[in-house]
Design a protein around this ligand. Structure first.
Ligand SMILES: C[S@@+](CC[C@H](N)C(=O)[O-])C[C@H]1O[C@@H](n2cnc3c(N)ncnc32)[C@H](O)[C@@H]1O
Length: 278
């Protein structure tokens, strides 16, 4: 099956642009607005009016995953793999001496990404190695290794805004490949939706609207769980840490607001080696 370029990647870049422009921003991506373009900014504007907490959620998960990369690099990792890269700019924002970035995505999203990057003034076009792969049908690790990834050396794997668009079998297969096919000190970090939002039915109106909104972009929600531990243990990971949306919001903004939507979301890190204290 040939996929179209991801529309949700534009939406996320649009939200990241909005979040980066705030006073005291939670995350900062100087290229997000240009990469999102008018289309991505308009999408974010439309969805913000329905569900303003989505902007905070995107900002929090982006910041958390940025901090994860920094933590892995501080502990000696020299490889960063961005799974489902969309319009991710970490290869430029978090570049460091001797560190290689790999960006994995399905071919149509990758082509769209490259076209947008080529128009982005000042963006370092060779900051990352691009690897084309459809998680549902291909082995991303074989392709990474063919592109120069060293499976014997630890890496930070990021999977931002992707797992809920995949069938569970592809989520499990990808987790297993990271857990058993890469160095023990590698860490896989991703964000997650609870099962209720994916299954739908009986949800508050704004949650239903978020659900139908992403389906309307041609990328329906397919996988969610509030408890990823069994799946991650089964994949071969030993150490797992999960942080809720509310806990992230509290630590990065100093605020807890009970009425915020998106409390069914969380971020997770998993490894075969002990994770350092948060
Ligand atoms: C919401 S976007 C997130 C993009 C980026 N990680 C970010 O946070 O800005 C989802 C991304 O997952 C990618 N994706 C979805 N299904 C995929 C699949 N089966 N194989 C490879 N990539 C996929 C899309 O192409 C898109 O780039």
């Amino acid at each position: 099956m040939t996929r179209a370029a991801s529309q949700t990647a534009l939406l996320v870049a649009g939200f990241r642009a909005r979040a980066s422009a705030r006073d005291e921003p939670v995350c900062s991506d100087p290229w997000a607005a240009e990469l999102a373009g008018d289309e991505g900014l308009a999408l974010a504007e439309r969805y913000y009016s329905d569900n303003p907490h989505m902007e905070l959620w995107v900002a929090l998960r982006t910041r958390f995953l940025d901090d994860e990369v920094r933590a892995r690099l501080a502990r000696g990792a020299r490889q960063v793999v961005v799974l489902g890269a969309g319009l991710d700019t970490r290869a430029a924002r978090l570049a460091a001496d001797g560190v290689r970035f790999f960006e994995v995505d399905q071919p149509a999203s990758q082509a769209d990404r490259h076209a947008r990057l080529a128009r982005a003034a000042g963006y370092p076009q060779d900051a990352a190695v691009s690897v084309a792969c459809d998680f549902e049908h291909e082995d991303f690790l074989d392709r990474l290794v063919a592109a120069g990834f060293d499976a014997g050396e630890p890496a930070a794997f990021l999977w931002e805004g992707v797992v809920y668009y995949l069938p569970e079998v592809a989520v499990r297969a990808t987790c297993r490949r990271v857990a058993t096919g890469t160095a023990a000190a590698s860490v896989l970090s991703f964000d997650l939706l609870g099962r209720r939002i994916v299954d739908g039915g009986g949800l508050p109106e704004r949650d239903e609207s978020m659900r139908s909104m992403v389906s309307g972009l041609g990328e329906p929600l397919r996988f969610g769980t509030s408890d990823p531990l069994p799946l991650l243990a089964d994949a071969g990971f030993r150490y797992v840490r999960q942080v809720s949306f509310d806990a992230l919001a509290l630590s990065y903004t100093g605020t807890y607001v009970r009425e915020r939507a998106f409390r069914f979301q969380s971020v997770v890190s998993a490894s075969r080696s002990p994770l350092e204290p948060a």
